[in-house]
Design a protein around this ligand. Sequence first.
Ligand SMILES: Cc1ncc(COP(=O)(O)O)c(C=O)c1O
Length: 396
Amino acid sequence: MTIKHTDLVHAGRQDLRQLGVHALPVDLSTTYPLPELGTGTASLDALVAGQQQADNPVYARLFNPTVDRWERSLAQAEDAEAAVAFSSGMAALTACILALRATGNHIVAVRPVYGTSDHLLSSGLLGNEISWVLPEEVGEAIRPDTALVMIETPANPTLKLVDIEAVVQQAGSLPVLVDSTFATPILQQPLRHGASMVLHSATKFLGGHGDVIAGVIACSEEIAQQLRQVRIATGALLHPWAAYLLHRSMPTLKLRVERAQAGAMALAERLAADPRVAAVHYPGLPGGIDHGAFSRQMNGPGSVLAFEVKGGFPVAEAVIGKVELMTPAVSLGSVDTLIQHPAALTHRVMEEDARTGCGIGPGLLRLSTGLEDADDLWNDLDQALNFALTTRQRAA
Ligand SMILES: Cc1ncc(COP(=O)(O)O)c(C=O)c1O
């Protein structure tokens, strides 16, 4: 189901008229006056138990109205009962793992996922055990102490799709967490396919302008209460300025996602027909991607693509060094185009065998298309590819 622009523009702003303001207010208070101790005690008890709101916020680690408004807008976009915001995508993933610790120590996950997510799960830093499996092996990997199944679709950086409903079916009563950062709620709403939690690195498309680090989980109110308890106890808060910027970006989310997607489609088609390129990974192209999962769970292929250059690492490195319009940098989902080398940067933290085993090789580049004109982007990439190949030929 596609989200309406109207809902993106108005979600989470319901109390503004009553407040007598038009623009989103930013509340920077760290503490709130409590002349009646009874109100303070009751509010504190409610918030520490994970309730969304109380009569008084008490202290900004427990509640902030600016953050709460953005959470409500994101929950509506994901068709979720609730959303809980964190200081980063990694803080959001950490909170999910900690919240479920009481039910077990074991996690089943499918590679690839974002490099640091892989590292967090594999290192056991939070005391968990992990089984990395193929999507069809999720059911077999579940143990009595399994607390969580995690997938990322489309996956960073290979754009591999995982069939959400097929994984949910194998997980049975276990919660399934879907990192849906690449899709945004515009292109995919995992809760509609039976997932229990949706994770976004809001640093990417939700912020959309490269100036906010944030994370969020959309889920049921029951899970949200557990996550809020972890957030209050660990302090992995989203700052109200960041929540303001995120909420300000919501009305343009669909416009940005659709515009960037058109650019990515044009680039993917040109790259796929280019003899300098060995392979293109993009859900909008035929072949290579699970198109059954695509048509079941996605409204569009999005604006991130990956491609493998012929000539491997030296050519990929030269392309990165030569682009002029595109910014050679990690991250994605901004209004401008970013290109990076996953094996050297975003997925460097993984064990090498695991990295190459899931297709993150030396010639792979990941590109996140922004809002620029596709012809300008192509001209930039074309000159960088030409330079890289000429340099390589000279060296040979
Ligand atoms: C798919 C995905 N998930 C999670 C994260 C982590 O998010 P953050 O950098 O906001 O902590 C990233 C970061 O690149 C990502 O790409």
